[in-house]
Design a protein. Structure first.
Length: 276
């Protein structure tokens, strides 16, 4: 496996600064935030694309993933979602995902991650109906993903429509495409009471990419630097190796906006210590 770091921890820095610092630490890959201030597709033009591609080539960095989850450029971390009550808001999520697919193709990325439906609306609590909305949206974007050969990765998260392994499996089995897969967020599964190592075996046929952050013993969803929470990363990383996964594990530490470089460095040192 290879280690990458997400630029979503560097929102107080330019993309150029974020790439430079991530490379300096020693990461092999970078996850690109497809939102402000880094690479929101409507404002990330050909000039910015060329500059980014030139910079990652200079540092010999690979793109681990495009993070198409948040939409602060329009609203916030979860909105507009795939399951909004308002059709026009759902359309904004669909358009954003299509734009991210096209961006992935332009910069040579293989996959992008998206939210698992979104927060359940207080006024609409019929889960089957919300899953139908999510599926309808994915069915809009999957033909484009297939045409461009880009994988869309659903990322289960606590308190969203799909938050655990069984919900993910029940949902994805109803999709008729090989281009919608899983972004396995180690901390998220831990938060909902599941053993990440066991879930890797359970979900391995769908895994395309990993997110990594630690979580405290109380299992509250707050990303911590690996080694500073309660997840057994030796077991988790060993399991990732056991299933034969050769791709990227991206460290995602967006709560550390005050000092992302230090957080990235501490994570890198810890993970290399237990990996090698």
């Amino acid at each position: 496996m290879k280690l990458a770091f997400s630029t979503n921890a560097f929102k107080r820095y330019s993309l150029e600064e974020a790439v430079s610092m991530i490379a300096e630490i020693g990461y092999e890959g970078i996850e690109l935030l497809c939102d402000s201030p880094h690479a929101y597709p409507p404002t990330f033009h050909e000039k910015e694309i060329k500059s980014f591609k030139d910079q990652i080539a200079k540092f010999k960095l690979q793109i681990s993933n495009l993070n198409a989850f948040t939409l602060y450029s329009i609203s916030d971390v979860y909105h507009p979602s795939w399951i909004e009550d308002d059709k026009e808001l759902r359309e904004l999520r669909i358009i954003h995902t299509i734009n991210c697919i096209k961006l992935a193709k332009k910069i040579g990325a293989k996959n992008l991650s998206t939210e698992p439906g979104g927060p359940i609306n207080e006024r609409i609590t019929n889960v089957k109906y919300l899953e139908k909305l999510f599926m309808e949206g994915l069915n809009r974007v999957s033909p484009i993903a297939e045409e461009e050969n880009i994988k869309i990765l659903i990322e289960p998260e606590p308190d969203l429509l799909l938050e655990n392994s069984n919900q993910f499996l029940d949902f994805i089995k109803n999709l008729n495409t090989n281009h919608i897969r899983l972004n396995f967020d180690i901390g998220h599964f831990y938060c909902v009471g599941e053993d990440p190592a066991e879930m890797i075996y359970k979900l391995c046929e769908y895994i395309e990419h990993f997110h990594l952050a630690d979580i405290a013993t109380n299992r509250i969803h707050n990303h911590l630097i690996p080694g500073e929470g309660s997840i057994n990363f030796r077991s988790v990383l060993k399991t990732i190796e056991t299933i034969g996964y050769k791709g990227f594990v991206t460290v995602e530490l967006y709560p550390y906006q005050d000092n992302p470089k230090e957080a990235a460095k501490r994570a890198y040192e810890y993970l290399n210590e237990i990996l090698y």
